[in-house]
Design a protein around this ligand. Structure first.
Ligand code: AMP
Length: 190
């Protein structure tokens, strides 16, 4: 299964992708985490990405796709994967669709994590990550609204989008909602 999680920062995608990966026995990949690791190791990619991330801006497509696609062709991703944080723009989604198509694959499911702004700010304020500072949070929210939300229509048009109410209930309750959607999916063929 190839699953994409879309949602604003603080919506719980990281927590849910870890739970889902364990349940489905497939890897979960977060482009944010991969980029943060590259920054810490001061690799070429990390050096290119660091300034964008510090400002809460999106890292250029080429950089993100290069590091992610390199991982997706590894044998451990053959049976599927969960993506958290990619695609994040319509051009990224188009690039990813082409990439999948060339390999005879499709997406099984896209989950939109829907949470009110109030709940998001509360959660982010308590997380303590360097890019969780007030002004940067606002910038990341703006980027989500302007660049990532249009993706939802893109995937709706492809019939793979499902909405998760991610702002109410415990992580386990949210996870149960996700499993219900997965149980109701038609059997994947590729
Ligand atoms: P996240 O952990 O998903 O909130 O991502 C943290 C930061 O990494 C974002 O604010 C972006 O600067 C960068 N980033 C992560 N994923 C992407 C992506 N798909 N495209 C561009 N930038 C990304």
């Amino acid at each position: 299964m190839r699953i994409v999680l879309i949602g604003p920062p603080g919506a719980g995608k990281g927590t849910q992708s870890a739970l889902l990966a364990k349940k489905l026995q497939i890897p979960h990949l977060s482009t944010g985490e991969i980029l943060r690791a590259e920054c810490t190791q001061k690799t070429d990619v990390g050096l290119k990405a660091a300034e964008f991330m510090r400002q809460g801006k999106l890292v250029p497509n080429g950089v993100v796709q290069e590091i992610l696609f390199r991982q997706l062709i590894q044998p451990e991703c053959e049976a599927g994967y969960i993506l958290d944080g990619f695609p994040r723009t319509v051009p990224q989604a188009e690039g990813f669709d082409n990439w999948l198509q060339q390999r005879g694959k499709t997406l099984s499911l896209v989950l939109e994590f829907r949470v009110t702004d109030e709940v998001l700010y509360e959660r982010l304020a308590s997380r303590g990550r360097v890019d969780d500072d007030d002004e940067i949070i606002r910038e990341r929210m703006r980027q989500y609204h302007d660049l990532t939300r249009p993706l939802l229509d893109y995937y709706k048009g492809r019939g793979v989008l499902n909405v998760i109410r991610a702002g109410k209930g415990s992580a386990d309750e949210v996870f149960a909602r996700i499993l219900q959607i997965i149980d109701n999916l038609p059997q994947a063929t590729n």
